[in-house]
Design a protein. Structure first.
Lengths: 123, 135
């Protein structure tokens, strides 16, 4: 769509990958925003950091693999991806093996990230 | 005193049957208008699409959940949009979608329209404030 104002959007994703339909819905919002050429960033926080778990296999659950969807996001120019470092440590997350590269931010940097965006969407 | 007016967009993600958040959104919308601001759109996502149900029946001693939204749409011209992919999953179909998917009847109130996520992106792009409820 042309003529749409460009806003800096930050999606704060707090749902674990297979515990809530909002996990998937938040990524759909990210894809739609990217399709409309908005400047979007993702922040995985709280249980949402579990979306970055390596080697997800959703087959036995009978639902789509969210890790695979995450891995495809850079193809849609979604590459401003952040994760709450403190929570990632608590979950002992191996960020180097995450399906989507994410930059770990300490608490002070999280505040700066939030302040740098015009709209926050909290999922 | 000069008070600048702003354009608000709302994103509602919780069902009226679960918790207080959806009703808070409707009250917030009412307060925004009372202050002279504008609401460009209310977008309902995921379980939030259940707010558009014309079929929900609540116990008599509980407050009405649909009427505040219908008033916002019909009296104040606020646009209420249900996310189509969520709405279909939750069985929220208008007459057109019900026919398209060969279902016996529509389930949404006519004050709501069904459309794509582009409507949320568009509302966010043109709004001074985007406020999310639920999630």
């Amino acid at each position: 769509m042309t003529g749409l104002e460009r806003k800096r959007l930050l999606l704060i994703i707090r749902h674990s990958p297979y515990g809530s339909s909002l996990a998937r819905a938040s990524l759909d919002v990210a894809l739609a925003a990217a399709a409309f050429d908005q400047a979007i960033s993702l922040l995985f926080a709280g249980d949402g950091v579990l979306q970055l778990l390596p080697g997800q296999d959703s087959g036995p659950l009978g639902v789509k693999n969210l890790g695979r969807l995450l891995a495809s996001l850079p193809l849609y120019d979604i590459d401003q991806v952040y994760v709450d470092a403190e929570t990632a440590r608590r979950y002992q997350l191996d960020l180097a093996a995450a399906p989507l590269p994410a930059r770990a931010l300490e608490r002070e940097a999280l505040g700066e990230l939030i302040a740098a965006h015009e709209h926050l969407l909290g999922f | 005193m000069f008070r600048p007016t702003m354009i608000y967009a709302l994103l509602v993600m919780s069902s009226p049957a679960s918790g207080q958040s959806a009703m808070t959104a409707a009250r917030f919308a009412r307060a925004v208008l009372a202050r002279g601001h504008t609401i460009s759109r209310v977008f309902f996502l995921d379980a939030g699409t259940a707010n558009g149900s014309a079929m929900a029946v609540l116990p008599r001693d509980e407050i009405e959940r649909l009427v505040p939204w219908v008033e916002l749409a019909e009296r104040d011209g606020v646009e209420l949009v249900l996310c189509i992919s969520s709405a279909l999953k939750y069985g929220m179909l208008d007459e057109t979608e019900a026919k398209r998917y060969d279902k016996p009847a529509g389930t949404t109130h006519p004050a709501f329209t069904i459309s794509g996520l582009g409507q949320l992106v568009d509302a966010a792009a043109s709004a001074d404030r985007l406020v999310t409820f639920g999630g």
